[in-house]
Structure formats: structure tokens, C-alpha cells
Ligand binder design. Structure first.
Ligand code: IDP
Ligand code: MG
Length: 149
């Protein structure tokens, strides 16, 4: 079963969209394993975004993610990584499809509300960056048999 890290970025928290974003992932059928409201340090931001070091938007990105609190979550499910990515929509919110989180609530790439891991390796790395093993809850959900055959 895949796990993926989702962040409601500072703009999502400031704009009161935490509930909306959680609701969309819940309704999609993914299972929540962990959640915390937190301030991202510069150190955590630079580790999380180390793949983007040297890109023109890097400094702005680190300032953005550390500017105000975020909500970090781990969601689980078969194909959870891809399901989160399609639910978020394209990175550049200006071109994100309506019906996606970015396509419904955002207008540009630098304020695109959410983060979702982009692959199995990055998901494992990012989940362990934001959560200790004992902060993830192992639970069984009664509706699972109505979500997957
Ligand atoms: P993703 O969040 O859809 O996976 P990435 O390419 O991994 O997109 O970029 C990470 C984040 O960096 C984006 O979500 C966005 O916040 C920011 N970002 C990416 N490209 C740009 C850009 O060209 N200008 C400003 N911010 C950018
Ligand atoms: Mg990415």
C-alpha cells in the first residue's frame, strides 16, 4: 500500500482551505494516517526542497513554505501518490483543470496551495522527514470494502 506526504501550504491555511483539502482527499477514498499543524523551519524546508536548489524560484519557494504554518499529512491507499497528484491538479494553478484543488482555488504556480509527493522514493523520504514512525496511526476503516473491490 502506498503512502504519500501532503502539505497544505501556508496560503491554504491562511485562506481557510484546510478543511476543503482534507475533505477532498477523504471523499476520494484515501485513508489518513497522520496529521500535524506546524511551522516549517528553514532547515526542514531546504531538506524537503533539496531537488530544487539552484532553480530561480528556490529562494521564493523556501520563503513561501516557511512564511506561516502548514498542515502536514500522510495519506495511504493503492496508487495514493498518483491519486493525490491528480486531485491536486497541475503545478501551475493557472493551467490546472477545474475540479482539481489547484484548478478550483488557485491562480498561479507560486501560490498553489498543496504539496503531494511525486514518486515512491520521494514519498518515503518526505514522510520520514515530517513524521516519526510512532506519529502514524495503523487503523482499519470500516468503509474500505465499499471503496475497493
Ligand atoms: P509540484 O509541487 O507540483 O510537485 P514541483 O515542480 O515539485 O511541483 O515544484 C515544487 C513547488 O515549487 C511547486 O509546487 C511550486 O510551489 C514551486 N514552483 C515550481 N516551479 C515554480 C516556478 O516556476 N515559480 C514559482 N514557484 C515554483
Ligand atoms: Mg514536487
Amino acid at each position: 500500500m502506498e503512502q504519500t506526504l501532503v502539505l497544505v501550504k501556508p496560503d491554504g491555511v491562511q485562506r481557510g482551505l484546510v478543511g476543503e483539502i482534507v475533505t477532498r482527499l477523504e471523499r476520494r477514498g484515501l485513508k489518513l494516517l497522520g496529521m500535524k499543524f506546524m511551522q516549517v523551519s528553514r532547515e526542514l524546508a531546504s531538506t524537503h526542497y533539496e531537488a530544487h536548489v539552484g532553480k530561480p524560484f528556490y529562494e521564493g519557494l523556501v520563503s513561501y513554505i516557511t512564511s506561516s504554518p502548514i498542515v502536514a499529512m500522510v495519506w495511504e491507499g493503492k496508487d495514493a501518490i498518483q491519486i493525490v497528484r491528480t486531485t491536486m491538479g497541475a503545478t501551475n494553478a493557472a493551467t490546472a483543470a477545474p475540479g482539481t484543488i489547484r484548478g478550483d482555488f488557485a491562480v498561479e504556480i507560486g501560490r498553489n496551495l498543496v504539496h503531494g509527493s511525486d514518486g515512491v522514493e520521494s514519498a518515503a523520504r518526505e514522510v520520514s522527514l515530517f513524521f516519526k514512525a510512532d506519529e502514524l496511526v495503523n487503523w482499519s476503516r470500516e468503509t474500505d470494502r465499499w471503496i475497493r473491490e
